[in-house]
Ligand binder design. Structure first.
Ligand SMILES: Cc1cc2nc3c(=O)[nH]c(=O)nc-3n(C[C@H](O)[C@H](O)[C@H](O)COP(=O)(O)OP(=O)(O)OC[C@H]3O[C@@H](n4cnc5c(N)ncnc54)[C@H](O)[C@@H]3O)c2cc1C
Length: 436
């Protein structure tokens, strides 16, 4: 079969790999002039490694991604350090990434609240019954089982940070998936995610996959008699050119999918357009000095404590600054609704907004520590799963024959991640060749 894949993120590339190995003729269309999608990175000329535009790491439970890397023979290039994650309590940060550290965290006292926190965490790690959990909101479930105090100190700030105005509507299966699938050791690829994406693309090209970078697809349609193209093919139009295919897999956001294929039946289109998601704005700074003297990697920041961002992540407390010629790399990021002012602020304005907070991580911080700043924004960063969300997931096989759709919004009950992009990409590939 002649197959087109729209998007060279990890979902699209994983699908291309399996489809090509199964003997098909595969072309990937990618509107950007690089591969890797949301997990792509960039590199300054004096750095050896790339930095992800949006902070990225793997968990040890990411079996789809780690399995693919093993198949490709690159498992010796995966690193799993154990960086430090900290929680905020009354102006200070406390390590929070092991049972012992959690037991010592003063934010929940040392009585019943801590026990409830422990039991709820244990229950969620052990249960597999997410279908029952998706029927209620995380807000009401946590309030009931973890209790007001634990919920308000630990879980509510996370929900508010990730989902803003929708935080009360998110279902409990999302929280379950998050607790279930996370580990304290965090992984990356030698050279960064972009190097991995480039190696993968190179491998695909060697196998014979065509990767067309910088080609944005404008529409995907079945052409009708009278047209110059054969009627039994799907036609992919891009920048003044049309190509026909037997099957097409789209890996973009649901909104874009709806725009690319307006001939989809109303029900399917409505399903795509009703899915909610949050965007993200992330600033990356290269600094002359280390920000967290304690060597902390990930700071969880409650909005109510007045921080202008949700997370501060010191990348070079995860991977060595030697890979960046001694530069210290720090992310400051937030999940936001697309109309939020951060989307329209200039990099300079955003820096002014974020900078006062840096002194809270290190009182010695000064503006002249900042060597360079980059800002990345995306409208589609985090799907918002509402109650009974499993009923609202668009099918991978769309009602248009031969047209398939696999996105972050369909990996539910799991939270989005490159691991699940690989999983859904490969699942879509199996469906396309009738193996599932
Ligand atoms: C802030 C943030 C932090 C994250 N942290 C992590 C993490 O720590 N670990 C982790 O594993 N995952 C993380 N993720 C999630 C991860 O990036 C995604 O789940 C994954 O990259 C999705 O891959 P994908 O192939 O489904 O989609 P994408 O990567 O979005 O790929 C889709 C591709 O389609 C292309 N495209 C769009 N429109 C067109 C068009 N018209 N024509 C041609 N091409 C088009 C896009 O340019 C893009 O390359 C994070 C995401 C964000 C936003």
């Amino acid at each position: 079969m002649k197959i087109a894949i729209i998007g060279a993120g990890f979902g699209g590339m994983a699908a291309a790999y399996d489809l090509k190995k199964a003997g098909h003729d595969v072309t990937i269309y990618e509107s950007a002039n690089y591969v890797g999608g949301l997990a792509s990175g960039f590199k300054e000329p004096h750095w050896d490694w790339s930095v992800e535009k949006f902070y990225h790491h793997w968990f040890q439970t990411d079996s789809e991604m780690l399995g693919l890397i093993k198949e490709l023979g690159w498992e010796d290039q995966v690193l799993f350090p154990r960086p430090l994650t900290v929680m905020y309590h009354k102006g200070k940060f406390y390590p929070f990434d092991s049972i012992l550290k959690m037991a010592l965290f003063p934010g929940l006292g040392f009585g019943l609240d801590k026990i409830r926190f422990g039991f709820v965490g244990l229950y969620l790690r052990l249960t597999n019954n997410w279908k029952a959990l998706e029927k209620v909101t995380a807000d009401s479930w946590m309030m009931k089982w973890a209790g007001k105090n634990v919920y308000e100190k630990m879980w509510k700030p996370l929900l508010i940070g990730k989902f803003g105005p929708f935080y009360r509507d998110v279902n409990m299966a999302w929280m379950w998936a998050r607790i279930k699938a996370r580990t304290t050791r965090l992984g990356t690829f030698e050279g960064g995610f972009q190097r991995f994406a480039d190696l993968f693309a190179e491998k695909l090209r060697e196998l014979g996959v065509g990767i067309r970078l910088g080609v944005g697809v404008e529409s995907i349609k079945r052409e009708y008699p009278g047209g110059h193209l054969r009627q039994d093919k799907l036609v992919v139009r891009s920048e003044g050119e049309a190509q026909s295919f037997d099957k097409v897999l789209v890996t973009t956001s649901p909104n874009l999918m709806a725009k690319l294929s307006p001939d989809l039946p109303e029900n399917y289109l409505k399903g795509l357009l009703e899915l909610k998601s949050m965007g993200a704005v992330v600033m990356i700074l290269s600094l002359k000095h280390q920000l967290s003297k304690e060597g902390y990697y990930w700071f969880n920041l409650p909005k109510e404590a007045g921080y202008p961002m949700l997370a501060l992540v010191e990348h070079t407390n995860f991977v060595s600054k030697e890979h960046f010629d001694g530069d210290h790399i720090v992310y400051a990021g937030d999940y936001l609704e697309v109309g939020h002012e951060y989307f329209s602020m200039s990099d300079e304005e955003l820096l002014e907004r974020f900078m006062p907070a840096f002194k809270k991580f290190n009182p010695a911080f000064e503006r002249d520590w900042v060597k360079k700043v980059w800002v990345y924004k995306t409208n589609y960063a985090q799907p918002v799963p509402l109650v009974n969300h499993s009923k609202n997931i668009p099918a991978i096989e769309t009602p248009i024959e031969g047209l398939y759709f696999a996105s972050m919004s369909q990996v539910y009950p799991w939270d989005r991640g490159t691991n699940f992009a690989v999983e859904i990409g490969r699942r879509a590939a199996r469906m396309m060749i009738g193996k599932q």
